[in-house]
Every structure is written in C-alpha cells, then in structure tokens.
Design a binder for this molecule. Structure first.
Ligand code: FE2
Length: 227
C-alpha cells in the first residue's frame, strides 16, 4: 500500500493511503486518509476488513497507532468501515468513532461492541490536536446518510465517494488527477449508478483521486488545494 502526502506544515499533516498493488482484483480500490495535528490523528474511512493488514502496515510507518484518537466513517458501505473491529483492537481504547446516526445500528453488524458518536444530520465539528475539523452533511452523495470532512488548516475537503472513479490499473500511477476532463470517463459509470441524488449524478475520494485546484471543475467540486 502506497502513502501519499497531501499536506504537511507546522505539525499538521494529511496523508492518503491507497493504490495497493497487492490488492485482490475482487476488491474495489479505496483511499484511506489520515489527518494528524499536534500528534493526534483522525483516520477517515479506514477501509474494508480485507485490506486492514496493508493499511495498518503502511499507516504505522508514518503515524504511531496510539495517536489515532478519532475514526470517521463517511457512510455505511463495507469498503469504508468493515475493518472497524480490527482498528478498535489496536487503537487506544478511548478512540472516538464518528458515523451518521442513520447507520450506527447497521455498521454495528461489523462491530457489535463499537461505541459510536452519532453525527446529527446537520453535521458537527471535531477537535483533532489543536485543529477543528468540520463534518459536513452530504446526504445522498451517495448514501442517504453521508458526510464529508473539511480541514480548514490544510484547505482540503475529504469528499468520500463523490469523487469516486473506477480506474484501470494502468491509470493508477499517481494519486492526483492531472487532467480532469480525461478523468471523467472513469467517474461516469459510478456516478450514473451509485449516486442516490439525481442532481449529484448529473453533475457528474474514497474510490477516486484527489483533484488539485488548478484543474477545471464544476463549482464547489471537491478538491485538494495544493500549495
Ligand atoms: Fe460507498
């Protein structure tokens, strides 16, 4: 599993883990993200149970596991959080797990002993180190109870499956989208079938790639602002 640095300045880091060349071809590809501020880490969409060994091996090369005090799960799909029970075994016992109130009972089928912090429909803030990150409502994009996370310090919106794209292996050489117009061909199928909202579907990160801000995009398109 590869690690990509999205941001790093003043004890604040954003990392992406993904594009594992050893991943089973049966598994949809996903990105696992980590925000670290002042030695405290938030893990976003930790991924499915099948990839847990690869994610934790890559993550602990960059971040001490006992600093992971927060886990965020954007929605209920197994590729976002079916590994939850395994993460709770290795993270501090006080780790907080953020998930839409809609899905706590469903995701408990992955981990019946997890103690969730239920996110209300309007979203909430979470303090990570000395940073305050915003959990933003993104319902029906693509799940009916769906949230994104905005990191104001790094100016990164972690947009979950809104940026989803199904890329062929030969297009996985980079974590960033360099040509958005060309990239939309890989987003099209996912957005036509897996977006609950027709508006989102027609408008055309955890399966897709970060989109840097210098590329053309629709207004308010999720993106990573690179400096
Ligand atoms: Fe999903």
């Amino acid at each position: 599993m590869k690690c990509f640095s999205l941001y790093g300045r003043d004890n604040h880091r954003c990392l992406a883990f993904g594009q594992d060349p050893s991943r089973s071809k049966n598994l949809i590809d996903t990105n696992q993200m980590v925000v670290v501020d002042e030695g405290v880490a938030l893990l976003l969409d930790p991924g499915g149970v099948e990839i847990f060994p690869h994610v934790i091996a890559a993550l602990t090369r960059e971040v001490a596991i006992d600093t992971v005090h927060h886990i965020f799960i954007s929605h209920q799909d197994p590729d976002t959080g079916s590994s939850l029970a395994l993460w709770r075994r290795v993270c501090p016992s006080t780790v907080k797990i953020y998930l839409s109130w809609m899905w706590t009972g469903f995701v408990s089928h992955y981990d019946g002993e997890a103690n969730f912090t239920a996110i209300p429909d309007q979203g909430m803030e979470v303090t990570v180190g000395r940073s305050r990150l915003r959990i933003l409502p993104a319902h029906y994009l693509h799940s009916p109870g769906n949230f994104h996370v905005y990191d104001p310090k790094a100016r990164i919106l972690f947009s979950g499956d809104v940026g989803a794209a199904l890329l062929p292996d030969e297009r996985r050489e980079d974590i960033f989208v360099r040509d958005f117009t060309r990239h939309t061909q890989y987003m099209d199928g996912f957005h036509r079938r897996w977006m609950g909202s027709p508006k989102a579907r027609d408008a055309l990160d955890c399966h897709g790639l970060p989109v840097a801000d210098r590329h053309p995009r629709p207004p308010a398109w999720p993106f990573v602002q690179r400096r």
